[in-house]
Structures are given as C-alpha cells and as structure tokens.
Ligand binder design. Structure first.
Ligand SMILES: *Cc1c(COP(=O)(O)O)cnc(C)c1O
Length: 384
C-alpha cells in the first residue's frame, strides 16, 4: 500500500527502509545468495531459497505495490512471464476476452500456448462496451484490457468494463498498465482486480532489464500468484530487481518529461503535410481524450502516426530516434509495428485493427524537446 501521500515520495522511499538491513544501507543491496542459513530445519527465519523469495526482489515488489496502491506485488522474469503466471488462474473450458489490438506477445501467448490447454479467447474492441456485453459468457473468467493499446493507443473505459464483468461472480479484470504507468493511471482504484506490467518499459525506464510485475489488493489472488511464481519458477534475478527498483526512483520525474516531449511531438506531427494522421491521447482529436481526462492523470509518452512518404527513407534519415523495438526508455525510439512487433498477427487482422504498413510508433524519450521535433521534421522531409 502507499506509504506516503504523494507518488514521487513512494517511488523513492516505499519498501526501501534502510533499517531492514543490518548494514543500514540506504541503497538496497543486491543479495545474490541462492540459499539462506536456517537454525531449525524446515522453519526458515525469513528466507529459505531465492526462487521462493529474495530480499532485493522484495524491495522492488513493495515499491511497485505502493505505486499501484496495491497490497501485493509479485515480480516475474519478464512481462510475458507475468502473463504466464496470470494464466495459471485459468483452466480448460474457461473463456477470456482480450483487446483486439493487444500486445503482439500477449496475442501469441493466448493463441499459440493457452489455446492448447482448452482456454477459449475472443479478441474484441473493448472501447465498444456493447461488444463486450455481447461477448461475455457464463464461463468468461478473465477480461484482459490494456490501459493504452499498442500501437493504436486506444483507451479502455476501465470502470465500464469492471461494471460489466460483475455479472460473472468470479470474473477478474486484468489491466496491462505498461503504457500508462501508475503515475498516470491506477487501474485498481477504478475497480480492476489486477494490474500487470512489462517492467521492461517505463518502470525500469533504462532499456537494460527484461522483467514483469503483477499487483493486486485481493489477498487470495496475491498468495496464489506468489505461489505460481515459485512453483513455475518464473522469477527475475536479484540484479534485475536492483536495476528496476533503481529505475523506479525517477519514474515520476521521467513520466512528466516523457509526456511533455510526446505532447510537443504530437502537436508538431499534426501540422506536418507529410503525416496522414496522428494518434496521441493527449490531443483533443483522440476519441477517448475526454474519458481519459476523467480516469487518468495524463496521457504518457507514446505517439503513433501514419506517414505520407517512403518508410525506408524516413528510417534512414532519423538521427536522434533509433529504429528498434521496445519503448519507455530514456532514449527515443521509432518502430514499424507492421513488420516488427505485430508481425506475428495475421495480415487481415493487422489491417482490421489499423496496423497498416504506413503506421509508425514513436516512444518519445527524454532528449531535449527541440532536438526531437527537428529530427522528425528533417526525416519526414527526407521521406519525400
Ligand atoms: C513489452 C510488453 C509486454 C511483454 O513484456 P516483456 O517484458 O517483453 O515480456 C506486454 N505488454 C505490453 C503492453 C508490452 O509493451
């Protein structure tokens, strides 16, 4: 749970108390030990084995839980590792509703792995609540929403989804909050059962860790998920936990800058003659702009646009932006979902959700605003 009244103070102090270490270290140590000394056999003092629990991991878990306003935080070896853990809550015959343009890896895990175990999936546009009303069935056990979808940046009305999910007694609502981060959106406060993160992105923020996390206020789910993490062995290394915990110390500062730069980039792109269309939730032209103003505190740092120009010439010309997958790091990235992150989704489906060959996704980093805008301006010119 939150320890301090304001987000940034929790990011820096929650779970970090130096008194938890005999050394009184202000910065949490990286405890690499795989095992721990026991006095009485079978009755470990605090820790017994680092797959089950690890002091450095615990620091990270308490911090992310505080930031999401949750009682329980569970770290996983990657975002998809966290997906794997959450899917252990399902059994054969269960039905899941997921967003139609959900993260490509999530789509692949559901369709290629979970469907082998007899779990049924429907991928629908969750921004249309009447569609969800038609799709929910008595055996629907999980709704998988993304706070902002990837790459078309659709926002799901979390309160409406939660309300509708209540018609099934034991249907849980998972919100993948990777794109928004708890700095801008806290899904548990809107009634979601579980918040999910690819820590790899904004939470770590430095593009040097692959890691995931799950947060919940439900005690039973919290202990089940902790059990699954240990039983399935999908745990991150202490060093990764140290880095992600360190990254989160500046989450609030970084997110403010990401948003400032993304706003400037989106506003510039809207005026460019070489751009067909810009999608950024902070622009009044975004269809869920007003709804997001009610449920969120901001719009984060991802911008998507459709280019009118030659793609390869554009990618060859960018200097400050790097062509690479992933997002949420301090450095600005451009990406081509059609051939990169979303290539595993069938072509017709990609087209149906607006992932066209002309779509470019931008993760706006923390470089100086003017340099970012100027770089896009010259690259768009070069694309002609
Ligand atoms: C990257 C990402 C994931 C998967 O996380 P990994 O850490 O790469 O396993 C899931 N959801 C979203 C929205 C992502 O961007």
């Amino acid at each position: 749970m939150s320890t301090y009244p304001h987000f940034g103070t929790d990011a820096i102090h929650a779970g970090q108390d130096p008194d938890q270490w005999s050394s009184k270290a202000v910065v949490p140590p990286i405890v690499m030990s795989a095992t721990y000394k026991q006095r009485i056999p079978g009755q470990p003092d605090l820790y017994e084995y680092s797959r089950s629990d690890n002091p450095t991991r615990g620091v990270f878990e308490r911090c992310i839980a505080a930031l999401e306003g949750a009682k329980h935080g569970i770290a996983a070896g990657s975002g998809l590792g966290a997906t794997t853990l959450l899917c252990q809550l399902l059994k054969s015959g269960d039905h899941v509703i997921a967003m139609d343009d959900c993260y490509g890896g999530t789509y692949r895990f559901f369709t290629a792995i979970m469907s082998k175990y007899g779990v049924e999936f429907d991928f629908i546009d969750l921004t249309d609540i009447s569609l969800m009303e038609k799709t929910i069935k008595p055996n629907t056990k999980m709704i998988w929403a993304e706070s902002l979808t990837n790459p078309t940046l659709k926002y799901t009305d979390i309160e409406a989804v939660v309300k509708l999910s209540k018609q099934n007694k034991d249907c849980i609502v998972v919100v993948d909050n990777t794109f928004m981060t708890p700095y801008f959106l806290r899904p548990l406060e809107l009634g979601a059962t579980i918040v999910y993160h690819s820590v790899t992105k904004y939470l770590n923020g430095h593009s040097d860790v692959v890691m995931g996390a799950i947060c919940t206020n439900d005690d039973e789910l919290g202990s089940k998920l902790k059990y699954f993490a240990n039983a399935c062995g999908i745990v991150p290394s202490p060093f990764d936990c140290f880095l992600a915990n360190r990254g989160m110390k500046t989450l609030h500062v970084r997110m403010r800058e990401h948003q400032k730069n993304a706003t400037a980039v989106a506003q510039f792109l809207e005026t460019s003659p070489f751009v067909e269309k810009v999608i950024y939730p902070g622009l009044p032209s975004h269809p869920q702009h007003e709804l997001m103003k009610k449920q969120a505190k901001g719009f984060s740092g991802m911008v998507t646009f459709y280019i009118k120009g030659n793609l390869q010439k554009f990618f060859d010309a960018v200097k400050v932006f790097t062509l690479a997958e992933s997002l949420g790091g301090f450095e600005s990235l451009v990406e081509h979902p059609w051939s990169m992150t979303h290539a595993s989704i069938p072509k017709e489906k990609r087209e149906a959700i607006g992932v066209l060959d002309t779509l470019i996704r931008v993760s706006v980093g923390l470089e100086e605003t003017e340099d970012l805008v100027a770089d896009l301006e010259q690259a768009l010119k070069a694309s002609q």
